[in-house]
Ligand binder design. Sequence first.
Ligand code: ASP
Length: 341
Amino acid sequence: MKPSVLLIYTGGTIGMVEDTRTRSLKPFDFSQITDHIPELQSFNISLSSVSFEEPIDSSNMNPVIWVRLARLIEKNYKRFDGFVILHGSDTMAFTASALSFMLENLSKPVVLTGSQLPMGIIRTDGKENLITAIEIASRKVKGKAVVPEVCIYFEYQLYRGNRTHKFNAEQFQAFRSANYPVLAEAGVSIKFTRNAAHKVSGSGRKLKVHTRLNTAISVLKLYPGITENAVAAILNTKGIRALVLETFGSGNASTDKWFLDLLEKAISKGILIYNVTQCNAGRVVQGKYDTSAKLKKLGVVSGVDITFEAAVAKLMFVLGQGGSGKDMRRMLERPLRGEMS
Ligand code: ASP
């Protein structure tokens, strides 16, 4: 039997065309893609597709659409061996992270891909990205998926989705995963990195789809010279329940009294503060320096080596789960889907 893959088209550059009036790129319908890859017809993979009626630029991606995607995978889970989501690269790492939390006990591949140049352009990177993503989504060994997790395939590399960030807006190699090895590299053959992909134990547990996400979060990126007013404005945002605190280096922040007092006050009101480094590689080690020991003492939770994208998605997921502050802290402290070491 041929393996089967469901292709989900959400939008992004891969299917965009130039507006003749404004000269800017905007999403077009799915035929823009399939018409340019006749090879899809001759694949030894049974391919089906669904397309958003109105494809989007991924800057318009949001948690409501994440729920829609998770439900679509749930509905088709039994029928297909794998899933490929065509998505704009701008927010692809956020969507991959969110889906990784929403799809618990995933035992089939969900591969996100897209391109930096539209399919209609002769030098497009979209064709290879799409063909190889489909191939990876269909790969099995002894009846089991080779990469049973949410991943991103871009420019010959397969990454764990929740470890990835977009770092280049121009080059074909747009993504990086600095704190986790690539899951596979595609050359003449596709070489999967031994022991890098998630392993499904035994016959695997039943897929559980979580659709409750809570967006009552905010982000505070530190910089030298940040004012008390600016910090207070973020921490006093009406209704927020969790904050990504983007710190320096290995999780360090100012030890100014006003700053620590504001954090302490926020924590005493029940706001969860997640310490994520502004560096793309390396990790938060609270207590390594005096400038992070203070944060630890206040009850700031270390994000270790989580990406900013995964931290945002994880906070929405954890808040959506509900439970006591202690329960939520515990979830933030440990890896739930391989998003941190
Ligand atoms: N703006 C586009 C998007 O994210 C960029 C891309 O697809 O690469 O939808």
